[in-house]
Design a protein around this ligand. Structure first.
Ligand code: FPP
Length: 240
């Protein structure tokens, strides 16, 4: 059997940006210092991903479970998009990056939502990397939400149960990236090897890459290493 090598850069890369808290702890700093440094790294890695020709970079920025963290940490995490976009939108426009958000955004504070919407609006005509923030996102809730929407469509007579297939279902996901919904490569930093309710549907055939590096230290070189590792894998999608 000939071994097929995937020569292309992955189209959709998703990252679980873990280890901010431990990065800060090692430096005897408060956890939020780790999140702040993590935010700076979002910029560095987005620019690098854009340069590499990756089409979508989805970043797990706030999960539906993160509401259970201490109140101060939650409010800091909710403000991060405001800080990030104030600081970096001009550069993202320059770099031809498109900003998007995936998640239950009606539940986030108004000023956060406003900052995100403005960034989306200002970058909507760009054609480079889609920088997609998974914010107040949870994979199980996303699937339940899709099921509920489809049930309503059936109830209202728009489709029959027999017409529900993967293509119909995926149109009800929160990602809304069309043929770029599926993730090719998932990276998780900080040594944990779990999916943690991230993009459960979209990760169906993703290659998984784990590194011990904490997110604030995850560099462009490490991203390249992950991409090279991906390029040397043999993706068969269940076939031989
Ligand atoms: C997990 O590390 C990280 C988060 C819950 C937040 C991630 C957010 C960022 C990196 C910034 C996002 C930027 C924008 C613009 C929205 P952890 O706190 O669980 O780390 P630990 O496991 O070491 O405690």
């Amino acid at each position: 059997m000939t071994k097929e090598i995937t020569p292309q850069v992955p189209k959709h890369v998703a990252i679980i940006m873990d280890g901010n808290g431990r990065w800060a702890q090692r430096r005897h700093l408060p956890r939020i210092a780790g999140h702040r440094e993590g935010m700076e790294n979002v910029r560095r890695i987005a620019i690098a991903a854009n340069k590499l020709g990756i089409k979508v970079l989805t970043l797990y920025s706030f999960s539906t479970e993160n509401w259970n963290r201490p109140r101060d940490e939650v409010s800091f995490l909710m403000k991060l998009p405001v800080v990030f976009f104030n600081k970096f939108v001009p550069e993202l426009i320059d770099q031809n990056v498109v900003v998007k958000i995936t998640g239950f955004i009606d539940q986030i504070p108004t000023d956060t939502l406003k900052a995100v919407r403005e960034a989306e609006e200002k970058t909507k005509n760009n054609t480079g990397l889609i920088l997609n923030f998974a914010f107040n996102y949870g994979g199980k809730a996303e699937i339940v939400n899709a099921a509920r929407e489809i049930a309503l469509d059936v109830k209202n007579g728009f489709i029959t149960p027999e017409e529900i297939d993967e293509s119909v279902f995926s149109k009800h996901l929160l990602t809304k990236l069309g043929n770029l919904d599926d993730v090719d490569l998932l990276i998780r930093t900080s040594g944990e090897q779990r999916i943690s309710n991230f993009l459960l549907w979209q990760l169906a055939y993703a290659e998984l890459y784990f590194t011990d590096t904490f997110w604030p230290d995850f560099s462009e070189e490490e991203l390249l290493k992950a991409i090279e590792n991906f390029e040397n894998r043999n993706r068969r999608y269940g076939a031989l």
